[in-house]
Design a protein around this ligand. Structure first.
Ligand code: SAH
Length: 241
């Protein structure tokens, strides 16, 4: 595939989800893909090694979150890994201040390389475990929005992510075909975490025709001191799911 084929695949794929990608943005997203695929040879960043599949399943999938992300403000990507969807959001939306958070330091070092090489000025990195960092007063109840993809099943994910979000802010959980089932499992914990379910946005990814669902939650009050529970407790609670 030459660059113009990749570009048109990315641009038309995003367009099918209602997202406009400019020429410059497409070039930067494809440059990001090259960096990930190159690094993926020495570090486990993504299971998707084929460029066409990467464009649809990583780039366009990440772009889909833009359908529900707010305008301007701070965004935290919890468990960003190779930078998905955080890097994509930062490239697309200079009005967002993106925090790329993960427990694995070497992945964040790679993301530092990425932001430097691509000239991404609106992203910074944060290393640590979600359930610990969200107790830090600088992080707690403070982000305008949070997003997370492929990190944990919904009830546990909500306990990881919602404590970071300010009252009135939103959490976008990027889910697949089991979204409705996970939403049901998370029914009780949602209120306990001072949040309410606000919408679900179902979509089908171009290319592979895979189903995706963006679950959006709104924070209704600051998180109770009781959450998140300790890692040992969480492990026991969620080990068999
Ligand atoms: N969001 C990326 C990565 C998914 S892999 C993507 O969609 O491709 C899951 C990532 O979450 C890993 O990088 C792992 O280090 C991170 N992670 C898992 N549990 C975490 C926790 N409790 N706190 C911080 N990061 C966590």
């Amino acid at each position: 595939m030459d660059i113009s084929q990749k570009k048109s695949m990315l641009v038309s794929g995003a367009e099918s989800l209602g997202i406009g990608v400019s020429d410059d943005q497409a070039e930067r997203l494809l440059a990001y893909m090259e960096l990930v695929l190159e690094k993926n040879r020495v570090m486990n960043l993504t299971a998707i090694k084929d460029e066409e599949r990467f464009i649809y399943l990583n780039l366009v999938d990440s772009l889909s979150a833009l359908r529900v992300l707010p305008e301007a403000g701070t965004l935290i990507d919890v468990g960003t890994g190779a930078g998905l969807p955080g890097i994509v959001a930062a490239v697309m939306r200079s009005d967002l201040n993106v925090t790329l958070m993960d427990a694995t330091e070497k992945k964040l070092r790679f993301l530092e390389e990425v932001t430097a090489k691509l000239g991404i000025a609106n992203a910074s990195i944060l290393c640590g475990r979600a359930e610990e960092l969200s107790r830090d007063p600088r992080c707690r109840d403070s982000f305008d929005a949070a997003v997370s993809r492929a990190v944990a099943r919904l009830p546990l994910l909500m306990e990881y992510v919602l404590p970071f979000v300010r009252k009135g802010g939103i959490f976008v959980a990027m889910k697949g075909a089991e979204a409705a089932e996970e939403l049901e499992e998370a029914r009780n914990i949602t209120a306990l975490l001072s949040a309410s379910f606000s919408s679900s946005d179902e979509l089908v990814l171009p290319g592979g025709e895979e189903a995706r669902c963006l679950l959006v939650f709104e924070k209704t009050a600051p998180t109770s001191e009781a959450y998140p529970r300790r890692n040992s407790v969480l492990k026991k609670l969620y080990s068999n799911r």
